[in-house]
Each structure stands twice: as structure tokens, then as C-alpha cells.
Ligand binder design. Structure first.
Ligand SMILES: Nc1ncnc2c1ncn2[C@@H]1O[C@H](COP(=O)(O)OP(=O)(O)OP(=O)(O)O)[C@@H](O)[C@H]1O
Ligand SMILES: [Mg+2]
Length: 344
């Protein structure tokens, strides 16, 4: 028997991939153009929507071309120090990029021997590495997954802006949750990020999900469509339902597959999403059932003024949890969110 082609591993490019052609192409063509309109992109979306996968897909495509050096930074570590180390490692692996003197000039600050350079030292090493890379026509892409609004991020972003002004070929893609991205973009010290294009991840195409399910499970189109619609285009749900259907297949009643789906969604994302919500946000979600729900009904139930409600709705929509519907209705953007969180 063939092995299960679906994957619940976060961040890794999955074997069964639904293309985000528009987003991918926009970033790739901007970064590759002679005169890039932007050197940064922010990818924003709810947990499990596919931010890391999109960023990885783009960096893998770029790294296939010889002119790119990709450096993946970990936002839980000191960004500047991390960049100095990783960029140095990458540059050392490229023949003739660094001249012999380079090693000596940075030996004192401990790069390359596992030591930790000071903040200013890191900046000066990185600047030298950027110059060396530029001489060889190399472009640098820095990726930072799951950014937070921290002191470290501020310092990194302000320095990045200086490097841009110095005309280095340096690019940045960051992913994050709406809340964190917003905090970063609203920081007056980080105005240049305010101008960075923000890609807000939309649901995957139901049409593409349908045709993949149809082909993989060898089922008819209406049955595939029924499964696809359950996922609401949520990337994690596409993989999770796929995995379960592959394993339990056509013999198991859909209801019992859905119960297993709820367990997976809860463990992999919904528990964390729920924990990040405030009490009022939870109350609002508690008023919305599986179908779309009238705003007025929710407001009445919670005795909430229209202006107050709008503020919360706005935040929940931007966080990828609520979906605005026409004529004063809202619905849940995430599949099975009602069924799962009802039990919390
Ligand atoms: N374009 C896609 N097509 C198919 N599956 C996808 C796609 N993008 C992501 N996935 C799947 O969705 C799940 C979550 O993806 P990913 O790790 O990129 O999410 P994320 O937005 O980075 O989540 P988190 O905020 O928790 O880090 C994984 O199982 C991944 O395989
Ligand atoms: Mg991620």
C-alpha cells in the first residue's frame, strides 16, 4: 500500500501542495526585478494557514538560482548575532566570496568558532559580509518566521533599514500573526515596515482541493467537493482531513472521521488559537453557530453596543477567525471551530 501523502508537519513543504501562485509569483517577481518596489514582505495569517510553508516555498525557489544566499533566522534567538553567524557560514561555503584576510579580521570577535559577538561587532561583520556578497553580485534573503514585537526585532529592523539605504541587495520576508504584525507596523521606530506589503493569507482554493481529493481518493466530484467544503480552504484542515480519509477511507462514516478531524484541529491549532483570545472575543464566538449568524442577535445576546462590537469584529476578522458576511451577518472562518471550541 502506498504511504499517506498528507502531512501534519508544520512548516515543511507538503507533498500534497495547493499552489498559492499569486502570492508566490508576486514576491518572486518583485525580489528578482532590476528595481524592486519592495525589499520586504510580511506574510500574515492565523495559525495553520500556511505562512511558513509559503515562505519556505519561496525561499526554496530562490535558492535554486545561484545569485541568492538565504539565511533563515530564528526569532527566539538574538537576531543580529544569529544573522552574523549564519551569514558568515553561508558566505564561507561559497568559493571565493570571502578573501583570506576575512577570517583574521573577524577572529577577534569570535565568529566561526562558536563564540558570541557583541551587538556592534555583529553589525560590522554583517556589513562586511554584505559588501563581499555585493561584489560577487549575490543577493541576500533573510527569513524570519513568527516574528514578535520585541526590542530585538526593533533593533534588527532599524539596522535593516540602514543596510537598505546603503544600497545592499538585502531582502526580508517575515511571517506572523495579525496581532504581532500589527504591533510591529504600528511602532513609530519601524516606519519603513509600515510601507512593506503585507500578504494576508486567504483560504486555499476549494476547486483545487476538490480536484486533489478526487484524484487521490479516486472518488467522484460531488463527494470530493463535499470533503473540500468541510475544510473551508484552511491549509491545516486540508492536510488533516486528507490524512484521516486516507487512513479510514470510504468505509468509515463521515461523522466519525469528522470527530477525529476535530481532535487533530484542536491539538494542532485551535487550542492555541482559543488561548490567545480575550474573554469578550470568546463570548462573541460562543454566540456564532455553524451557520452564519446575525450581528444583531450576537449584540443582543451580549448587550453590546454597535461600535464596541465593530471593534471586536474587526480584530477577529483580521486575525482570520471571523468571516464577514453580507447584510449584517458573520460566520466562523475556520472549519469545525464551533464544534471544537464549544467543548472548551
Ligand atoms: N499551500 C498549501 N497546500 C497544502 N497544504 C498546506 C499549504 N500550506 C500549508 N499547508 C499545510 O498546513 C499546515 C500548516 O502549515 P504552516 O506550518 O505553513 O502554517 P503556519 O501558518 O506557519 O502555522 P503557525 O502559525 O502555527 O506556524 C501544514 O500541515 C502544511 O503542510
Ligand atoms: Mg509557521
Amino acid at each position: 500500500m502506498k504511504s499517506n501523502p498528507f502531512s501534519l508537519t508544520f512548516g515543511k513543504h507538503p507533498e500534497k501542495y495547493i499552489s498559492r501562485y499569486e502570492n508566490t509569483d508576486m514576491i518572486l517577481s518583485t525580489f528578482s526585478s532590476e528595481n524592486p518596489l519592495s525589499h520586504t514582505y510580511l506574510i500574515e495569517g492565523v495559525r495553520g494557514s500556511g505562512k511558513t510553508v509559503l515562505m519556505t516555498t519561496i525561499s526554496q525557489q530562490l535558492s535554486a538560482g545561484k545569485e541568492w544566499i538565504i539565511v533563515d533566522l530564528n526569532s527566539t534567538r538574538g537576531l543580529m548575532d544569529d544573522l552574523a553567524h549564519r551569514l558568515y557560514d553561508s558566505c564561507s561555503n561559497i568559493p571565493k566570496l570571502l578573501d583570506k584576510g576575512f577570517n583574521v579580521s573577524i577572529a577577534g570577535v569570535g565568529i566561526g568558532i562558536g563564540g558570541s559577538a557583541g551587538f556592534q561587532d555583529s553589525i560590522s561583520i554583517i556589513t562586511k559580509l554584505l559588501s563581499a556578497a555585493k561584489k560577487k553580485n549575490k543577493k541576500i534573503l533573510i527569513t524570519i518566521d513568527e516574528v514578535m514585537h520585541s526590542k530585538d526585532m526593533r533593533e534588527f529592523a532599524s539596522q535593516f533599514q540602514i543596510w537598505l539605504r546603503q544600497d545592499f541587495d538585502i531582502f526580508l520576508i517575515m511571517t506572523g500573526l495579525y496581532k504581532n504584525m500589527n504591533a510591529i507596523q504600528n511602532d513609530p521606530a519601524l516606519t519603513f515596515l509600515l510601507r512593506s506589503p503585507r500578504i494576508i493569507l486567504k483560504p486555499l482554493s476549494i476547486r483545487q482541493i476538490t480536484s486533489q481529493y478526487e484524484e487521490i481518493f479516486e472518488i467522484d466530484e460531488p463527494s470530493a467537493m463535499e470533503l473540500a467544503e468541510i475544510t473551508k480552504g484552511y491549509a491545516l484542515a486540508f492536510q488533516a482531513l486528507g490524512t484521516l480519509y486516507w487512513e479510514f477511507g470510504k468505509e468509515t462514516p463521515l461523522d466519525s472521521i469528522l470527530k477525529k478531524l476535530d481532535d487533530l484541529l484542536e491539538d494542532f491549532a485551535y487550542k492555541k488559537i482559543w488561548e490567545s483570545l480575550s474573554d469578550v472575543e470568546r463570548d462573541i464566538i460562543g454566540c456564532i453557530n455553524t451557520d452564519k449568524t446575525k450581528v444583531l442577535t450576537i449584540r443582543n445576546q451580549l448587550s453590546m453596543a454597535s461600535g464596541t462590537f465593530s471593534k471586536y469584529r474587526d480584530n477577529l476578522v483580521k486575525s482570520g477567525i471571523l468571516m464577514p458576511e453580507s447584510h449584517g451577518y458573520v460566520s466562523l472562518a475556520l472549519p469545525r471551530f464551533y464544534e471544537v471550541t464549544r467543548l472548551f
